[in-house]
Write a protein that binds this ligand. Structure first.
Ligand code: WTA
Length: 636
């Protein structure tokens, strides 16, 4: 399964295009199936209907845990580094992790969860989070992890969309010097969630929390009543494994659905090849440190499933890169002798700002591979990472992918693919990217740019959006018939290398987090004093993109009120979505540039937010061109 040379990459790529079924069948055979599949792939992008390993039966946790017990039972599977460096961490071997997953699965069963039920998970970055995820998978419950920074309203929306029966949470969480309430937020959410019958509460901060009789139970108590014997439930390859909500350009976040067989094969294959992860039995397994939160797809695929499916040692970090000081990440690398570090450009840029002092005395010699994910990495950050962290001896893999793709699609293979700063380079085997123009016409050749689409399915591709298949079709498969549309713009240089240039739709990427402009506008508009708003992104040195909001208030505020109103708006957005969606800049305006048909001309607002007011293009179609001058004059 592991490609070791560039020639092998080319051969694998060619085979994957010429005979995708044979290519993936060979890889899938390396896993443990209860029953083999009868057809490797059935698909069309019209409905869409995509099925991999049709008729195959398996349980992903047997592949991530049981399968390794005989050979790697005593090898660390999961290393946990707590928020506070003074607190003792945890190392779970494969045997221990297996046992804990089985026990947690029995707790779920005891609380009425059966195959097919949806379980919401709202937890800090602690081992119990990974355990809860795997416990769901063990019994065929569908997990829906909600990032611990989302608001009660966001949790409620997600729970109701998926009709979750149970939620697993903790009293609170630690992030840097902050203590954050989780259970309290869940309580607020559950006021509007009639389907939730049970809340399992883990103790982390031991803050006082409300515990409702008949609904809320302590995880620690529940665990006392169960054994560690929990046979895995047999799942169809196409049974749902999880739902993960992500933002798009319109409406509420949608529940991206991944299924058991294809997702397992794809995350394991990409994990092993992109990071060139090799763990010979009996030797110390390299430590893989992905800094994402399990609340995002990167955590699902490259902290939990991909690494464990490959028998790796995965490191889970509860804290933040800048606490107690800006050397924390390097301390973690040093302490655990991390071999693969996979992080986001935002983190690199923010640490760059602290200079080299925090890196100076850290032993980073264990590092072999560096990864980047979530947003385009600028050249400056790439070189800083290369020079100061990798010391010019660790290949950097700039991995491009999405929640919907399940795993990495375009990326170098560490040490195999020649890299270029800011390029995701070449498609992985099985991935067939094409660039199209506005009309969906393929743009061939090199030295071109266009909208990035994929023309053939890979095993990790989205299957549906939960409860609304039509939305899945509309969003991803209808813009360019016959193609999966990524929403990203992309250029292909003279060497055929791909460079992702950013979203071409109304989705922002703020510190690597996906946020829809429409979502933020809806949240701002919920403030009583707001008549209308328009949100765009602008370049931000650390976050990649910042959020710029133009707001029409019912009374144009004077300076003093403006400041207060802005803070009220921020509080409103935090309450509706969560702090990650708070605008960086709010400009009060008396009107928005609209066409005669009432459409907001975002192009103009984007230019003004970028500080590029010289050439705003044609404004003659605007209903009221004068409003543009006012907005320009008041730009922040
Ligand atoms: C962006 C995160 C440039 C892109 C795995 C994509 C990137 C969105 C890269 C998906 C990269 C992700 N270079 N842009 N290496 N990786 N993106 O769903 O715009 O949270 O569409 O998945 O992030 O974000 P998501």
């Amino acid at each position: 399964m592991r490609i070791q040379t560039y020639d092998q990459y080319q051969a694998a790529y060619q085979k994957s295009v010429e005979d995708p079924e044979a290519f993936w069948a060979e890889i899938a055979q390396e896993f443990q199936w209860r029953k083999p599949w009868t057809k490797t792939l059935q698909w069309n992008f019209e409905e869409p209907s995509i099925k991999w390993f049709v008729g195959g039966k398996l349980n992903i946790t047997e592949n991530c845990l049981d399968r390794h017990l005989a050979t790697r039972g005593d090898q660390p599977a999961l290393i946990w580094e707590p928020n506070d460096p003074a607190e003792t961490g945890v190392t779970l071997t494969y045997r221990m992790l297996h046992e804990q997953v089985c026990r947690m699965a029995n707790v779920l069963k005891r609380n009425g969860v059966v195959k097919g039920d949806r379980v919401c998970i709202y937890m800090p970055m602690v081992p119990e989070l990974a355990i809860a995820v795997l416990a769901c998978a063990r019994i065929g419950a569908i997990h829906s992890v909600v990032f611990g920074g989302f608001s009660a309203q966001s949790i409620a929306d997600r729970i109701n969309d998926a009709q979750c029966k149970l939620i697993i949470t903790a009293d609170g969480s630690y992030r840097g010097n902050k203590e954050i309430s989780l259970k309290g937020t869940v309580d607020d959410a559950l006021i509007g969630c009639p389907t939730v019958e049970r809340v399992i509460v883990m103790t982390r901060t031991r803050t006082p929390v409300a515990m409702l009789k008949g609904r809320d139970v302590w995880m620690e108590q529940e665990l006392k009543h169960v054994t560690s014997d929990c046979p895995a439930v047999e799942m169809d390859a196409e049974d749902m494994l999880f739902i993960l909500y992500t933002s798009g350009s319109t409406g509420k976040p949608k529940g991206v659905v991944h299924t058991c067989g294809g997702y397992m094969v794809y995350t394991a294959y990409t994990f092993q090849n992109v990071f060139q992860y090799e763990a010979p039995v009996g030797e110390r397994a390299p430590v893989h440190f992905c800094t994402a939160d399990i609340g995002w797809i990167t955590g699902h695929s490259y902290i939990v499933y991909g690494p464990l499916a490959c028998g790796a040692t995965t490191l889970l970090f509860e804290g933040v890169p800048t606490w107690p000081d800006a050397g924390r990440m390097w301390d973690v690398v040093d302490k655990h002798q991390v071999n693969v570090l996979y992080t986001a450009p935002t983190a690199i840029r923010s640490l760059m700002g602290f200079g080299l002092d925090p890196v100076k005395d850290k032993d980073l010699s264990s590092l072999k591979v560096l990864g980047s994910v979530g947003e385009p990495i600028n050249e400056e950050a790439w070189h800083w990472y290369d020079d100061n962290i990798g010391k010019n001896r660790c290949p950097i893999v700039d991995t491009w992918w999405q929640t919907e793709t399940g795993g990495i699609l375009i990326s170098p293979l560490a040490g195999i693919t020649h890299t270029k700063p800011s390029y995701a380079t070449l498609p992985l085997p099985g991935v067939q990217p094409i660039l199209v123009d506005e009309n969906g016409k393929e743009i061939e050749g090199n030295g071109v740019s266009g909208n990035l689409c994929i023309k053939f399915p890979w095993p990790g591709i989205i299957r549906t959006t939960y409860g609304d298949h039509e939305r899945c079709r509309q969003t991803y498969f209808a813009t360019y018939p016959g193609l999966y549309f990524t929403g990203d713009g992309c250029l292909r240089d003279e060497d055929g290398y791909y460079r992702i240039t950013g979203r071409v739709d109304d989705v922002l990427n703020v510190s690597g987090h996906r946020i829809g402009t429409a979502e933020v506008e809806n949240a701002i508009n919920m403030h009583t004093g707001v008549v209308e708003s328009a949100v765009v992104g602008y370049p931000h040195d650390i976050k990649g993109q910042g959020i710029y909001a133009y707001v029409i208030a019912d009374q144009f505020p004077d300076d003093h009120d403006a400041d207060l109103t802005k803070r009220d708006i921020l509080a409103t957005v935090s309450r509706v979505i969560g702090p990650i969606a708070k605008p960086d800049k709010i400009q009060f305006v008396s009107g928005l540039p609209k066409t005669r048909s009432g459409k907001i001309m975002r192009r103009i607002l984007r230019k003004i937010a970028e500080g590029d007011t010289g050439n705003l293009g044609d404004t003659s179609t605007l209903l009221d061109p004068a409003v543009v001058d006012e907005i320009k004059a008041g730009a922040l």
